[in-house]
Write a protein that binds this ligand. Structure first.
Ligand code: IDP
Ligand code: MG
Length: 176
């Protein structure tokens, strides 16, 4: 089943000169680069739409943070001032918009057999510290939620990829 998905190479990856390495991984498995562009200054409004203020999604992000803290027995309340999943989600969304707008990014449409699932598998877990070796996030970073939260920023995890077919359609329309 041929699918299309959206990938963003985030500012930390561009800064670290990883564009080529990341793109070559997708080509290596025979996925196709259908469109690609460098965006020098990602607009606040576009990024805010990319990470919309949807309650369900905010709660999911909040939940991931809580799980990461539990794994290491770290004090969530101390770092984030709250244990409420929705509040944590809102805080992370703010950091995320700051992160994606802070420098140049690359937007790519990738197509291929089961491209959405395949690309997600290739980028790995949201937190690089949990991402398997062999994935993009796992091979190029060791960042984690608690580490990022302590510095008051989003997890620097190099790439974004659409999570499902609805997200893919919305995100492709937004960026292209
Ligand atoms: P994904 O990028 O793996 O799909 P999402 O849950 O959609 O992960 O979260 C979007 C982005 O928000 C992540 O890529 C990461 O940069 C950031 N993020 C997620 N959880 C946290 C957190 O607990 N602290 C800081 N940043 C986070
Ligand atoms: Mg996501």
């Amino acid at each position: 089943m041929i699918e299309r998905t959206l990938v963003l190479i985030k500012p930390d990856a561009v800064k670290r000169k990883l564009i080529g390495k990341i793109i070559s991984r997708f080509e290596q498995v025979d996925l196709t680069i259908e469109e690609m562009k460098l965006i020098n200054k990602p607009a606040f409004n576009t990024v805010a739409k990319h990470y919309p203020e949807k309650k369900e999604w905010l709660q999911l992000i909040g939940q991931k943070t809580i799980e990461s803290y539990q794994k290491y027995n770290f004090d969530l309340k101390k770092d984030l001032g709250t244990e409420d999943t929705l509040q944590i989600g809102k805080q992370v969304r703010k950091w995320l918009i700051e992160y994606i707008t802070e420098g140049p990014i690359i937007a790519i449409i990738i197509t291929g057999n089961h491209a959405i699932e395949m690309v997600r598998k290739m980028i790995g877990h949201t937190a690089p510290i949990f991402a398997d070796l062999g994935t993009i996030r796992g091979d190029f970073s060791i960042d984690s939620a608690e580490f990022a939260d302590k510095e008051g920023r989003a997890i620097y995890n190099l790439v974004h990829a659409s999570g499902n077919s609805e997200e893919a359609i919305e995100e492709i329309t937004l960026w292209f």
